[in-house]
Ligand binder design. Structure first.
Ligand code: GLN
Length: 542
């Protein structure tokens, strides 16, 4: 029997609903239950793939090639359960499907309406493809009271009645602000938020109250009374020093016990949290530290690189060092002195990116790393820029460029027009749709035996997630290899480059895929562990 937990938010956004859901998932797993986590996003984009990372944060790509909300990244990192296309839905996708059905004539004779058609489609999504797990956790994006969220709240309200009794639990996440001039923690915004929720027919079972200090007993009682929730259902959710302590912190507040009690499960053994204790102790008691420069274009919003920074933290856990981030807008290298900014760092990472703005700064950063023997990790766009740098300065192809920036005489990086996906040919045209048309999701790659990257993975066959439209042009392979840049990984048919490395350098690797998407705190990605190990080595030299 699958039980459903719905997580909504109120008062303000950015309270960490995604993390709270992920942590609860991890706690239920630690008690031996299987879980699946889902996100319902009320915005009108069909998926976040076409949104700027500055708008919406990182786009998280699943194995099955969906471009999804970054919360799915939290879910995977905390539970290890691979997210799928069926775990994230938006209003845009729901409407796209309904309108397609209407055009097909599926509703012939009927008026198509928000209730029941949109709400039915939402419910169908929530219930579909759950795979028989013990718990499905469903997070609703936005906050209660948002106009665009209404159909989602209505759909989960209906599910509360339609699913068998005792099979649903509603959790509402709110904020208790502390007003310094009054010296008091205020419960009113929480009361209003719950009132709003109850006015649309949802009575929360549990309130998770984010606060920057302990909630006094009286306030807890007051919240319980005014919000019609049991006192044990008012869970304080305080800030913690590392996100990986959240499962343990919520357990101490009784969250998992309260959730199980909502379902009438009273005999579950205590959760096994040893792996989380190991992770937090590695983070809190590091044996050293390294500084990594992240040279990107969306450095103003840290959420734009969420999986990346977490994967670097995981690399730190594997080496028991703290990883400090030096966020650098790549454009500064286009006018300033690269060395001035990069002299002190122990590693340089150029992450994924799109478009010409800032690209030349990334090429300059790759050049600095290569010529100064600083560990360099190029991911997707960061690999493409490293190859352009090598083409220009090692292979003497002066005008090397990418067709992503316009026509060029030397398209060292060019648009991919066809590739194989599971024995089928995929084709793209230069002027096609931009949404959902990149080379997306998990693809196998073959690594060259004896190469550095094969040694790091301990294997020559890997599968990694992709998200790109352009690709290093294999027509230049021979020239680049002659100049010293090794193509150490390709697609299994040998047609698409996947990894390049510089055998003459301590650690210089570019990958066309996004390894950060698969890294977990309890299973750090080998490339990130190895990159941080190289940074530790480098820190001993300076
Ligand atoms: N803009 C590049 C491409 O489409 C790189 C994409 C990325 O870094 N994810 O190929």
């Amino acid at each position: 029997m699958t039980r459903y937990i719905f997580i909504t938010g109120g008062v303000v956004s950015s309270l960490g609903k995604g993390l709270a859901s992920a942590a609860l998932g991890a706690l239920l797993q630690a008690r031996g239950f299987s879980v699946r986590l889902r996100k319902l996003d009320p915005y009108l984009n069909v998926d976040p793939g076409t949104m700027s990372p500055i708008q919406h944060g990182e786009v998280f790509v699943t194995d099955d090639g969906a471009e999804t909300d970054l919360d799915l990244g939290h879910y995977e990192r905390f539970t290890g359960v691979p997210a799928a296309r069926s775990d994230n839905i938006t209003t845009g996708r729901i409407y796209q499907e309904i309108i397609a059905r209407e055009r097909r004539g599926d509703y012939l004779g009927g008026t198509v309406q928000v209730i029941p058609h949109v709400t039915d489609a939402i419910k169908e999504f929530v219930l579909s493809d759950a795979g028989g797990v013990d718990f499905v956790l469903c997070e609703i994006g936005g906050t209660v009271g948002d106009i665009e969220g209404l159909p989602f709240f209505e759909a989960i309200r209906q599910l509360g009645n339609e699913l068998p009794r005792g099979q649903t639990c509603f959790i509402h996440l709110t904020l208790l602000p502390f007003i310094p001039s009054a010296g008091e923690m205020k419960t009113k915004p929480t009361q209003h938020s719950v009132k709003e929720l109850r006015s649309i027919g949802i009575q929360p079972d549990i309130l998770m109250c984010r606060a920057d200090r302990a909630i006094p007993k009286d306030e807890r009682r007051k919240i319980a009374l005014f919000c019609n929730v049991r006192e044990t259902g008012v869970i304080q959710a305080l800030d913690v020093d590392t996100i990986y302590d959240v499962p343990h912190a919520y357990h101490l507040e009784g969250l998992d016990a309260e959730v199980l009690s909502v379902f009438g499960i009273e005999d579950s053994p205590e959760p096994r949290l040893a792996q989380w204790h190991n992770i937090t102790s590695a983070i809190r008691e590091p044996e050293g530290d390294v500084t990594i420069a992240i040279v990107g274009k969306y450095t103003g919003l840290k959420d734009a690189y969420k999986s990346l920074t977490e994967a670097l933290v995981h690399g730190g856990i594997a080496n028991r060092v703290r990883v400090n981030f030096e966020w650098l807008e790549s454009e500064i290298f286009e006018t300033g002195d690269t060395a001035y900014y990069l002299e002190e760092v122990n590693g340089i990472l150029v992450p994924g990116g799109f478009g010409e703005r800032g690209a030349h700064g990334k090429i300059a950063a790759a050049n600095f790393a290569r010529t100064r023997n600083v560990p360099y990790f190029g991911i997707c766009f960061g690999m493409q820029m490293a190859v352009i740098e090598a083409a220009r300065n090692m292979a003497g192809i002066e005008n090397a460029g990418s067709t992503e920036f316009g026509p060029t005489d030397e398209p060292v990086v060019g648009l991919m027009t066809e590739w194989m996906k599971e024995n089928e040919l995929v084709q793209r045209k230069a002027n096609g749709d931009l949404g959902g048309t990149m080379r997306l999701g998990a693809y196998d790659a073959a690594l060259k035996a004896g190469s550095k990257v094969a040694e790091i993975y301990g294997s020559t066959a890997i599968s990694e997630r992709h998200r790109h439209r352009y690709e290093v042009n294999m027509g230049y392979r021979e020239k680049l290899e002659a100049a010293g840049l090794l193509f150490s990984g390709t697609s299994p048919d040998g047609l698409l480059p996947e990894v390049v490395e510089l055998p003459s350098h301590p650690w210089y690797i570019g990958v066309q895929y996004h390894p950060e998407l698969k890294s977990k705190p309890f299973d750090p990605h080998p490339l990130f562990s190895s990159f941080i190990a190289a940074a530790v080595e480098q820190s001993r030299l300076v």
